[in-house]
Design a protein around this ligand. Structure first.
Ligand SMILES: [Zn+2]
Ligand SMILES: [Zn+2]
Length: 389
């Protein structure tokens, strides 16, 4: 690639990275928020309304922001400051923390590092957090692991979340931010206050997973594989050399290893007939459909000429996984399943168990991602170019 073309791509797709590895995250992305309250929780902030700096002492107050038509009404403890198009809290130190609480609709308080910008888009509040990559990674590790992992597991999860974030940065570029805070990108519910997570991110700072071509991998993970992970193409269609199915003995006794669900037999069979034209008028076909077997993971249930993907049955019935057997029980079928999630990439509960048994994060990552390397982001092509400037 010629240098001008390279810089156009970097500037278009990784604008935040050029500014000290920052990520621009849309907060509250799964909600349609009309009113929020905002306050500084720690440290001093500069308040900017429509880009104009306000008196510093204002930044210590609790603000309420409301959408009025296409503008933002800013109130401080009951008094209206006026209507604006943008509200920004700019941190004056690295240790600053702000709080944001959706009021309409009502939701819990969240706390974040970095800068907060609020504007109005399509009659709702559009809240963005510009935050250092490592701080974002810590928040995502806590949100995605539930804060229950242990020091070595957090290192694993930090490398995955960092890799995933950097690989996904262009996803929302046309909307003016890098990533959203929902499951679409990675869940980022809050900053972390968990010292083990902060230490894990610091101890693995800048480390990412790459394939043999030094390209960031698709760092997929799930809760529990049920004893066998999946090939990527069996779940999503695209084959990736490092997302290969493998057996996993580490997650067997973990919380999401097994599940059970009972469904009325008529509902089960009628669903198959409607969605897949399954021949339920044939009694042998009914018997087969009420007694599906997966001794090891399979992609399809087949009977006669009909082939039904287990992953589709998982979606139809919102099952925890596609790895299950079906057993007839009177007027019902009992679905007994293994694992939780899509099954591709790392099994979180297996990794947690491995970490507890003393396996090191490098070994755990290469156990679940075949043939990958762990490198510092400075070795990736676009960072190298940036440093040489
Ligand atoms: Zn997203
Ligand atoms: Zn597993």
């Amino acid at each position: 690639m010629t240098r001008p073309a390279f810089w156009i791509i970097i500037t278009l797709f990784f604008p935040a990275l050029l500014a000290a590895h920052e990520v621009d995250v849309k907060l509250l992305s799964t909600m349609k928020v009309q009113v929020v309250s905002v306050s500084a929780s720690r440290g001093n902030y500069m308040l900017l309304l429509d880009g104009k700096r306000q008196h510093d002492s204002l930044a210590a107050k609790v603000f309420q922001l409301l959408v009025i038509n296409d503008s933002l009404e800013v109130r401080i403890q009951g008094d209206t400051l006026g209507r604006f198009h943008s509200f920004m809290l700019k941190p004056l130190a690295d240790t600053c923390i702000f709080k944001i609480k959706p009021v309409k609709p009502l939701s819990g308080t969240r706390m974040y590092d970095g800068q907060l910008t609020i504007t109005v888009r399509e009659t709702y509040l559009h809240c963005r957090n510009e935050v250092e990559l490592e701080s974002y990674v810590c928040g995502v590790v806590e949100s995605e692991s539930g804060g229950q992992g242990g020091a070595e597991f957090y290192k694993v999860q930090a490398i995955l979340c960092r890799t995933y974030a950097l690989a996904q940065l262009g996803r929302h570029i046309t909307e003016g931010f890098d990533v959203c805070d929902g499951v679409h990108c990675q869940v980022y519910r809050s900053r972390t206050s968990h010292p083990e997570i902060t230490a894990a991110a610091e101890n693995t700072a800048g480390l990412v997973l790459v394939d043999k071509g030094l390209t960031l991998i698709t760092a997929a993970f799930h809760s529990n594989c049920g004893g066998q992970t999946c090939n990527s193409e069996d779940v999503w269609g695209g084959s990736l050399p490092y997302l290969r199915g493998r057996s996993d003995s580490f997650c067997q006794n973990m919380p999401h290893a097994r599940w059970e669900r009972r469904i009325a037999k008529d509902d089960w069979l009628n669903g198959l007939a409607q969605r897949y034209k399954y021949p339920i008028e044939d009694s042998a076909a009914c018997k087969a459909a009420c007694n599906m077997r997966q001794n090891t993971r399979a992609n399809y249930f087949s009977y006669g000429g009909v082939r039904i993907a287990y992953k589709n049955l998982r979606t139809d019935w919102q099952l925890k996984s596609a790895y299950f057997t079906v057993t007839e029980a009177g007027d019902s079928v009992v679905i007994r399943g293994r694992g939780y999630g899509h099954g591709v990439g790392m099994c979180q509960e297996g990794a947690i168990h491995m970490a507890r048994k003393g396996f090191e994060y490098r070994y755990i990552l290469t156990y679940y991602y075949k043939g990958v390397d762990i490198v510092h982001i400075s070795r990736l092509a676009f960072f190298k170019e940036e440093e040489q400037e």
